[in-house]
Design a protein. Structure first.
Length: 255
């Protein structure tokens, strides 16, 4: 299993190590799934508000310009025809949604692939005590300079409890701050320097271990009793309860 050293904000190693779960940080990179996830995310960001008017939407043009025969001109029924200047547009863009769908398991696999790739490349750092008393851009600049990442594209991943981290980094063009619940493949792969808040890393490890344990237990129960529907419901409820308990309690230490 991969291990990461824990650092403080000053860039000094604390001497502790976090053992990462292979289910999340040791996955083989799947380029097709990651590409599909990034395309889905970028497509969802498109507004899709481009619109043109057809000949029926353009005001006017209700009267026939001239009679059908006898003038020597080409026949015409409306001055708002697409071949006329000031007329409508044929096959122009209309408001639409560019959103794409992707299976839940594939989305989770894409994030695990991105995290595993960053761990393998040595671009993931765990920082203990990533919090600021006041929102100051200087705090983030000082911290990144300690890791020799002041000129790199950096991603700060927090647990969402300290808003000052996000406020302090939003004025820096190359720095992005996200909570661990908003992880996505694009930000993970777009930035070369990743900083994980220690508690957020511990939560992800805990969730992975709980998921693996419950999956093995209920697979055994399923084989003995053949109660697929009941087992599935119990698995979801107990997993949710344990995850909530891990978040609320202080048992998550990251060791």
């Amino acid at each position: 299993m991969p291990k990461l050293s824990v650092y403080n904000i000053s860039g000094q190693a604390t001497g502790e190590e976090i053992e990462l779960n292979d289910l999340v940080f040791g996955v083989e990179f799947n380029e097709a799934v990651v590409h599909q996830a990034i395309v889905m995310q970028q497509a969802a960001e498109r507004q899709g508000t481009s619109a043109t008017k057809t000949r029926g939407m353009v005001r006017g043009g209700g009267r026939k310009p001239w009679r059908q025969k006898g003038t020597g001109r080409a026949r015409s029924g409306s001055t708002r025809s697409p071949i006329w200047v000031g007329g409508g547009t044929t096959f122009g863009p209309q408001p639409r949604s560019y959103a794409k769908k992707m299976p839940r398991k594939a989305r989770r696999l894409a994030i695990r692939c991105a995290l595993s790739a960053k761990v393998a490349a040595g671009e993931l750092i765990v920082v203990e005590g990533l919090s600021f008393d006041a929102p100051k851009t200087k705090n983030v600049v000082t911290m990144l300079s300690a890791f020799d990442a002041a000129d790199k594209k950096a991603l700060l991943i927090t647990d969402g409890s300290n808003e000052n981290v996000e406020l302090s980094s939003r004025n820096i063009s190359k720095v992005t701050a996200l909570s661990n619940g908003c992880l996505n493949c694009f930000d993970l792969l777009h930035n070369t320097f990743q900083t994980f808040f220690r508690l957020g890393m511990a939560r992800k490890n805990t969730i992975a271990w709980i998921t693996l344990f419950l999956r093995q237990v209920f697979q055994l129960v399923d084989r003995q009793h053949n109660t697929v529907r009941i087992v599935t419901g119990c698995y979801t409820q107990i997993k949710t309860a344990l995850i909530c308990a891990a978040f609320v309690g202080t048992a998550v230490t990251g060791r």
